[in-house]
Design a protein around this ligand. Structure first.
Ligand code: IPD
Ligand code: CA
Ligand code: CA
Length: 259
């Protein structure tokens, strides 16, 4: 998985260099970026098929590709943080998860520009460039830093998000929107952020991040405390102490009890 991620990322990093040159053109780099995205996905599919010929795939661009082995499936986002990439902002990643018998078994999130390789395997802990990582120990909301995804064009329920944001920003050390859900989750695993929530995500945005956060000692659920993240597209990830307070704040702001 790490080998495939590095191969795809090498080309993405070269393409990212080109993007800067294209900003000044009227059309911008949109088509170029879409090709870079698809090429990265092809590389990942090729490399992983070579290593495990029978595994299936769920690919952001190509969709579902059935494998002879129905227990194992790769869930892949070849480029998470596309809007950043497109605008020349160096915060994007390749995300690969291995789902085994319906459960996320292993995950790799690779951020090429700063060479950060986040890895996790069920029961084996979470690592960054080979060194063990853990979620933060912060237990006070006012000391804690949160990440989220601000809904954008085409994503529904902006008023609900604004209520949630207002509630969290009022009592925390800050809220960030860096534009890559995969890296948001990897940063929770590394103890950089203390909590993260977002709705409207797809399975490939979060699959690898879910196992990373869990293996780093954190909690992942949907916004109701259930485990329907992959089908609902809603996710909440925190360290242990902030799980209940963040869930409560989001629930109360959704129901109009807060702020
Ligand atoms: C997006 C990023 C972003 C999130 C969006 C996703 P993409 O993925 O993860 O942080 O807010 O909902 O679609 O499009 O860059 O692969
Ligand atoms: Ca994505
Ligand atoms: Ca993507």
């Amino acid at each position: 998985m790490t080998g495939a991620a590095r191969k795809a990322a090498r080309k993405l990093a070269r393409d990212f260099g080109e993007v800067e040159n294209l900003q000044i053109s009227k059309k911008g780099p949109a088509d170029f970026v879409s090709t870079a995205d698809k090429t990265a996905e092809k590389t990942l599919q090729y490399e992983l098929s070579k290593a495990r010929p029978n595994f299936g795939f769920l690919l952001e661009e190509r969709g579902e590709v059935a494998g002879a082995d129905t227990s194992n499936r790769w869930i892949i986002d070849p480029l998470d943080g596309t809007t950043n990439f497109l605008h020349g902002i160096a915060h994007f990643a390749v995300s690969i998860a291995l789902e085994r018998d319906g459960e996320i078994f292993a995950g790799v999130i690779y951020e090429p520009i700063h060479d950060q390789m986040f890895t996790a395997e069920k029961g084996q802990g979470a690592h960054l460039n080979g060194g063990r990582i853990r979620v933060s120990g912060r237990n006070q909301m006012h000391e804690s830093l949160f990440a989220t995804g601000i809904p954008f064009k085409g994503v529904r329920n902006h008023p609900l998000f604004l209520r949630q944001l207002e509630a969290v920003m009022a009592i925390s050390a800050g809220v960030r929107r860096f534009g890559s859900a995969a890296l948001d989750l990897a940063y929770i695993a590394a103890g950089r952020y203390d909590g993260f929530w977002e709705t409207g995500l797809s399975p490939w945005d979060m699959a690898a991040g879910i196992v990373l956060v869990r293996e780093a000692g954190g909690f992942v659920s949907d916004l109701d405390g259930g485990q329907d993240m992959m089908s609902s597209g809603a996710i909440l990830a925190t360290n242990a102490p902030l799980r209940e307070p963040l869930e409560r704040i989001l629930r109360e702001s959704a129901s109009g009890k807060r702020p």
